[in-house]
Design a protein around this ligand. Structure first.
Ligand SMILES: [Zn+2]
Length: 175
């Protein structure tokens, strides 16, 4: 991965805040050609750089047209956040994704074996709430990503702490 903040993207892999916000499927290839100045800038940018095609890995150095010579994918330059910017978001939603999936399993067990202990019921309710909260976080992720790195780490740490605490108390109370 290059450390440049600008990077290459195939048209099918656009990473713009707009497309992220809409939770839409990947953008369809553009129906019109790249503006001449954009194509010129792309080709100029690749003149001195070894950059792999995001689609097939072909080295695009000295590209002469704004598409991959190997896989024919149209190419364009995009502005994106540093990939590490998303790590705290992944860290923040990871426990909730686990909790939500775990709640699904527990719910299945409760249905199969009625009269489950209160710890199981609590873990199920907590997992459902946690799962819904993480969906809300993902829907509002632009606001999360705008926070300072320290605030993001603080939120992710808090979320981990709450989950470990709840599951720790529930497991301890069954002993
Ligand atoms: Zn390619």
């Amino acid at each position: 991965m290059t450390s440049e903040s600008a990077r290459l993207s195939t048209a099918a892999e656009l990473v713009s805040p707009r497309s992220l916000a809409d939770s839409a499927p990947p953008a369809a290839p553009p129906t019109h050609a790249l503006a001449p100045d954009e194509a010129h800038f792309l080709i100029g940018w690749l003149r001195e750089r070894d950059v792999e095609c995001p689609g097939c890995g072909y080295n695009l150095r000295n590209l002469t047209q704004p598409s991959c010579p190997e896989c024919r994918e149209p190419l364009r330059l995009v502005v994106s956040l540093e990939p590490t910017r998303f790590l705290t978001l992944v860290a923040a939603v990871a426990p909730s994704i686990f909790a939500g999936l775990f709640a699904g399993v527990l719910l299945f067990m409760i249905v199969i074996h009625p009269g489950a202990p209160w710890q199981i019921v609590t873990a199920t309710v907590f997992g459902v709430i946690s799962g819904l909260a993480t969906l809300a976080l993902l829907a509002g992720r632009q606001r999360y990503l705008k926070m300072s790195r320290a605030a993001q780490i603080g939120w992710a740490t808090t979320i981990w702490f709450v989950h470990l605490f709840i599951y720790g108390v529930l497991i301890a109370s069954t002993a």
